[in-house]
Design a protein around this ligand. Structure first.
Ligand code: ATP
Length: 267
């Protein structure tokens, strides 16, 4: 079935909602191909927003643009606004490394460095000028606690991160992102490569993390979106056709395509 791309419902957040970031008419091109067609979305602070939609609908491209990761793809061009702390960060004079420190990213496949658990966490802060054993010890502990991994690894901090299970490695990657003290965590299908027990651990971790961080997650797993997110955006053919509170998206969506997608009629 072909859906109208003009049928769009984007819920406006209440005027007292605090935004962590928002986009306005964000478009992403790969060469001549426009992969994201003018998406304007708000992201409320200390909430989890899930981005769902069929394969190729532009979710990951949109997500990667939010911390300027798409800049690393030579053919890619991003237009429109990415508003963060009163600034449009989609401009050439912005320090992209600082953007990526404040808006961290966790990828689909756990990608720890071939280093110890301890060094995985201290690596980037060290490069940003953090120093001192006590500071690092504390940073390692708070980051691992934040990612709900401390109890499992506190006796083997100097062992290789690669010896951890997939789920533990992913929580280490979350700890690594937290160690940079970001405001926002972008997560691209962070549990899709994990078994159900590890997935549950990562989901529990995310629910704890939102007390301190704003999370934007791409997921193919609709139960996961329903379980953990406060807001959901449904992407289709490069557009966000519907954005609303998660319970509304999954019970009373306003747009036909959303209804059919969450009902499992296509995917
Ligand atoms: N590095 C790239 N170079 C060129 N085209 C790309 C690149 N990455 C994505 N695309 C194209 O952009 C469009 C959106 O892809 P994207 O991966 O963002 O979608 P998605 O919704 O995240 O899909 P999936 O759920 O399968 O990950 C697709 O047409 C894809 O082929």
């Amino acid at each position: 079935m072909a859906y109208s791309l003009d049928d769009i419902y984007i819920k406006e957040l209440p005027s007292d909602a605090e935004l962590a970031m928002s986009t306005k008419d964000l478009r992403v091109f790969y060469g001549d191909h426009e992969a994201v067609h003018g998406v304007s979305l708000p992201f409320e602070r200390f909430k989890i927003t899930a981005l769902i939609g069929p394969s190729g609908s532009g979710k990951s491209t949109f997500l990667r643009s939010l911390n300027r990761m798409n800049d690393t793809i030579p053919s890619s061009k991003v237009t429109g606004e990415i508003n963060y702390r009163g600034l449009d960060i989609n401009t050439s004079d912005i320090d992209v490394f600082e953007v990526r420190r404040r808006i961290g990213m966790v990828f689909q496949r756990p990608n720890p460095f071939a280093k110890s658990i301890y060094d995985n966490i201290t690596f980037a802060p060290r490069r940003f000028g953090v120093s001192g054993k006590e500071t690092f010890d504390e940073l390692v502990e708070t980051s691992l606690r934040g990612a709900a991994l401390w109890d499992e690894v506190k006796d083997k901090l100097h062992k290789s991160a690669l010896a951890l299970s997939g789920g533990q490695q992913q929580r280490l990657c979350i700890a690594r992102a937290i160690a940079m003290k970001p405001d926002i965590l972008l997560m691209d299908e962070p549990a899709s490569a994990l078994d159900p027990i590890s997935t549950a651990a990562v989901e529990d971790t995310m629910l704890k993390l939102k007390e301190q961080y704003t999370i934007i997650i791409v997921t193919h797993n609709m139960q996961q979106a329903a379980r953990i997110s406060d807001y959901t955006g449904f992407f289709y053919n490069g557009k966000c056709l519907e954005f609303d509170e998660t319970r509304k998206i999954f019970t009373r969506p306003k747009i036909q395509a959303t209804n059919d997608y969450v009902g499992g009629h296509f995917g």
